[in-house]
Write a protein that binds this ligand. Structure first.
Ligand code: IPM
Ligand code: MG
Length: 352
């Protein structure tokens, strides 16, 4: 197969982890007889520096015409001025919106050999295998009005939490369809005791649930869900939730896996170009040192092969190689080890 993959390394550790992941994909291409054409573009802070915009029209168009997009991370202290007109994160949000990728899949699995890397008690972590589906193009991140003004002589800031029924339905339907291939259970997370958007969320969840009687549906308030992720994570399977709750809960869930550096994600829409990125940020504190854990990005590339290119065998090959590498004891600094980014990637590639 021939595929065009747009790379957006971004800022901080982004370029380091993307370049190792490209080597992994090239190894896969050579082994299985595929041709992957990579084109690299700036997005985030680096794009602000060069073009004055965190996401240029050309970069978005290039992503829209690719077969898949692989992203590193964006952001950093250099672009953190609260008064700045553009921010690296704005580019990422515009990219998600521009690609129409409304569902962000964040699988959280605990590798048995990493149980001790998590601050949680080992018995809590056994059998943890969660798929968080985060709504990605709605909610507080995008609702309008948004901004600052002076009202009654006081400085005010506004963000709007807004959801349309169709936005909830499409992500809910995806959650149910993915639950069919898993434990047939969907946990819908909301704050329906307080928020109107959550009451609409729950109403749609019930409707979609009624169309899928073979799937068990439960509703959990987000505060309870955050507690249960720590006290009883093995009890959860598919979690579906709105944008901001999903952002927060997946950082929390990453602690189960031993390190944020382990977790991949896939952002999908209906007929959209898929966007693949690790869930962690640009880690400015370790950027340029070559010690970042590349696994979140490497596993994201496996999701790319599976969801955008239909290459299940190749995707599983990467996931198995990562699993074996961890079993063999290879560890980057975030996991308490000494391997560099390159060495960790080489360990994985040697098992492909
Ligand atoms: C994530 C990140 C982003 C988000 C930031 C960088 C805008 O935290 O992908 O989880 O909030 O969605
Ligand atoms: Mg986040």
């Amino acid at each position: 197969m021939k595929a065009n993959i747009t790379l957006l390394p971004g800022d901080g550790i982004g370029p380091e982890i993307i370049s190792e992941t490209v080597t992994v994909l090239e190894t896969i291409a050579a082994k299985y007889g595929h041709t992957f054409n990579f084109s690299e573009r700036l997005m985030g802070g680096c794009s602000i520096d060069k073009f004055g915009s965190s996401l240029t029209d050309e970069t978005l168009a290039d992503c829209q015409s690719a077969d898949a997009v692989l992203l590193g991370a964006v952001g950093g202290p250099k672009w953190d001025d609260p008064k700045a007109k553009d921010r690296p994160e704005r580019g990422l949000l515009a990219l998600r919106k521009g690609l129409g990728v409304f569902a962000n899949l964040r699988p959280v699995k605990v590798h048995p050999a990493l149980i001790d890397s998590s601050p949680l008690k080992p018995e809590k972590l056994k059998g943890v295998d969660i798929l968080v589906i985060r709504e990605l193009t709605g909610g507080l991140y995008f609702g309008w009005p948004k901004g600052r003004d002076i009202k009654d002589g006081r400085e005010r800031a506004v963000d709007t939490l807004e959801y349309y029924d169709y936005e909830i339905r499409r992500v809910m339907e995806l959650a149910f369809s993915l639950a069919k291939g898993r434990k047939k259970k969907v946990t819908s997370v909301d704050k329906a005791n307080v928020l109107e958007t959550s009451r609409l969320w729950r109403q749609i969840a019930v409707q979609v649930g009624a169309q899928n009687p073979d799937i068990e549906l439960e509703h959990t308030l987000v505060d309870t869900a955050s507690m249960r992720l720590i006290t009883g994570p093995a009890w959860m399977d598919v979690i579906v939730t709105e944008n901001m709750f999903g952002d927060i809960l997946t950082d929390e869930a990453s602690v189960l896996a031993g390190s944020m550096g382990m977790l991949p994600s896939a952002s999908l829409g209906a007929g959209s170009v898929g966007l693949y990125e690790p869930i962690h940020g640009s880690a400015p504190d370790i950027a340029g040192k070559g010690i970042a854990n590349p696994i979140g990005t490497i596993l994201s590339s496996a999701m790319l092969l599976r969801h955008s290119l239909g290459l299940e065998v190749e995707a599983a090959a990467i996931e198995n190689a990562v699993g074996e590498t961890i079993t063999a004891g290879a560890r980057t600094a975030d996991l308490g080890g000494k391997l560099t980014t390159k060495q960790m990637a080489a360990e994985i590639i040697s098992r492909l």
